[in-house]
Write a protein that binds this ligand. Sequence first.
Ligand code: NAD
Length: 270
Amino acid sequence: MRTYKLNNGLEMPRLGLGVWQSENGKETIDAIHWALEAGYRHVDTAKAYRNEEAVGEAIRTAGLPREEVWLTTKVWNDDIRAGRTTEALDNSLKRLKLDYVDQVLLHWPVEGRVAAWQELEKALEAGKVRSIGVSNFMDDHIEEIIEAGSVLPVVNQIEYHPYLTQADAISACDAHDIAITAWSPLMQGHFLKEPLFAEIGERYGKTAAQVVLRWCLQNDVIVIPKSVHRKRIIENGDLFDFELSEEDMVAIDELERGKRFGPDPRNFDF
Ligand code: NAD
């Protein structure tokens, strides 16, 4: 349950710390160190989060062998559009001060994505990255990459939570054994407004956040909840000592309403 065997054979930790909107300094370094102390072995950043320096420093100073911590970063849209994916990855590695990352994703399905994918394939061959994937790709984007590329994406990182389960994107990924990572698994904090999670949690001695994250895991989805608070980081990582019943899983499934908290990949302009 704790790692997901990707379609290239690598084992990716099913729980990671998201660091979007975490500042490029002590805030991010502390959060990552607390997460690693609590047993997380995976951090999710991006060039666009402007905190790769702090992420790299946190990983380098954590006191764990580099190979024990999974790190994902992403190529931003302007680099994809401009045909600068290789340069963008090299610059991420410089900011991180690391020799390789475990995963690089194309952040959004913008113009130039097929050529960018082919650049990622070369980076994989060169050993700068151990696995390559995509983010916010819908079913037709997935098919396009598979047709044009020679390496399958290992992961599609998409917005996913009880209000938004993206059946079309997921079935395209399932057909090619592409794993799903959920961004905003905690609905950017909106889970607190939905009483069902706390009600279910009470029966297991678990919090509402733990119920939502556990529901993702039991749907075979990798989670990267964000927090910079030690207590919440520990809480969000304490997911492996209980199992939601089928009945509770179904009750949460019924909350689906196609509601996004982030931009729609079919209609965004950044
Ligand atoms: P999230 O769903 O993880 O929610 C985080 C927010 O929930 C926190 O800021 C806090 O307000 C609240 N929270 C967290 N733990 C809590 C707890 N235990 N109790 C109460 N409140 C709690 O939101 P997110 O940051 O949007 O998503 C997670 C990660 O996904 C990001 O940090 C980033 O790494 C990634 N992401 C990727 C994309 C993409 O386009 N690929 C987009 C958005 C986010």
